[in-house]
Design a protein around this ligand. Structure first.
Ligand SMILES: [Zn+2]
Length: 370
């Protein structure tokens, strides 16, 4: 056995051609295994004060003894002495199985999209996707009772969308779009609407901070991993919206898609709207929403003027989705003044409230005209 091994090794070292081929194969294996690690797209979580690997894993629905080894190996470079965690730093979570089981475990625990009535009054619901601070929603009135909304934050999961920079922070489109979407969802629910968050993130609720940290933990309703491929990603959200649309047939249903644009540094944009060219109801809704913005600007910034527009555009999500849809771009991520709309929390909230006002008016218009 021993001598055989020596001979075998000698054969390798002496044979130039074979050794070269072997080196290539070994390099290829290394390259592929690296690619594999990158392609995994681990969910990312932030370590909190007092966190160790055990508590972090447990909080995210992972059995520590089972996943500690993998956790250490995928986070090696980010660990401190004795594998300690740094507060505020992002860590990758091991994947439990092939699909988003980590996420699923959480879903089972919190049931985020089935709002739970609290106490004996039906006026308060708990919706955990909004995060601890905002999860309790009080239904103020029933103006949107019976209306159904599909809210779609642009991009998400492995795709951050457009990226901008401010004060040393990298700002990602998907995080800001999602925060505005969450705020819109909450406003709509306050009027008793039924809301489906098509893109959702179990790890981020409504965030009252200027700089939203980029992660890849967004999933697609009900809790599917978002693919990296552009078309597959869009198709996934359209397919689920259409499925739900059929299920809810007969109700007033609308889809709202929120994006942040990326243009040249010089170009500041007002919130503007797209709709599918064939959709009259989409046009009407977008016009209604635009008018709300127009009025708000006239009121709050009378000398500024508002130049947002409604136009038709050949966009996959508009073209292929069944419900009437409005697609909005809320800022240019490269423009300093536009960024104020994104990083100032009260501005994100105002955006959501103004959108809601437009949405409410559209619903009323549709019901009084019939
Ligand atoms: Zn986008």
């Amino acid at each position: 056995m021993y001598t055989e091994k020596i001979n075998f090794m000698n054969f390798f070292y002496n044979n130039n051609f074979v050794s070269r081929v072997c080196k290539i194969i070994v390099s290829l294996i290394i390259i592929f295994s690296c690619l594999n690690v990158q392609a995994q797209n681990y969910p990312v979580v932030k370590a909190q004060k007092g966190d160790g690997i055990y508590s972090l894993l447990r909080r995210n629905g992972l059995e520590p003894t089972k996943y500690i080894k993998t956790f250490i190996s995928i986070n090696k470079s980010k660990l401190g002495k004795n594998n300690s965690l740094y507060v505020g730093r992002n860590y990758c979570l091991p994947l439990a199985g092939n699909k988003a089981e980590v996420v699923r475990a959480e879903v089972n625990k919190v049931i985020p999209h089935k709002a739970v009535a609290k106490g004996n009054s039906l006026k308060t619901i708990v919706y955990t996707l909004f995060g601890e601070k905002y999860q309790t929603v009080t239904i103020k009135d029933h103006q949107l009772k019976g209306a159904i909304y599909y809210l779609v934050g642009g991009h998400g999961g492995p795709d951050p969308g457009a990226m901008g920079k401010l004060n040393g922070h990298v700002l990602c489109e998907d995080e800001y779009a999602y925060d505005v979407v969450l705020r819109m969802a909450r406003c709509l629910m306050e009027h008793d609407a039924k809301v489906y968050l098509i893109i959702q993130d179990l790890y981020n609720g409504i965030r009252d901070e200027p700089y939203l940290i980029q992660d890849k933990t967004e999933t697609c309703y009900p809790h599917d991993r978002i693919p990296l491929n552009h078309l597959a990603r869009l198709k996934q959200r359209v397919v689920i919206v259409n499925k739900l649309y059929i299920k809810n047939k007969g109700s007033y249903q609308r889809m709202l898609v929120v994006h942040v644009d990326s243009r040249s540094k010089k170009e500041n944009i007002d919130v503007f709207f797209y709709r599918d060219k064939r959709s009259k109801t989409g046009k009407k809704m977008a016009e209604t929403m635009k008018n709300v913005f127009h009025n708000k600007y006239d009121y709050y910034q009378p000398n500024r003027g508002y130049s947002g527009t409604v136009s038709s555009r050949n966009l996959y999500v508009l073209k292929h989705s069944y419900p009437t849809a409005v697609y909005m771009e809320i800022a240019n991520i490269n423009h300093f003044r536009d960024l104020q709309r994104l990083i100032i929390v009260s501005n994100r909230q105002a955006l959501a409230e103004w959108m809601t006002e437009g949405i409410l008016t559209d619903y009323k218009n549709c019901h009084t005209q019939k």
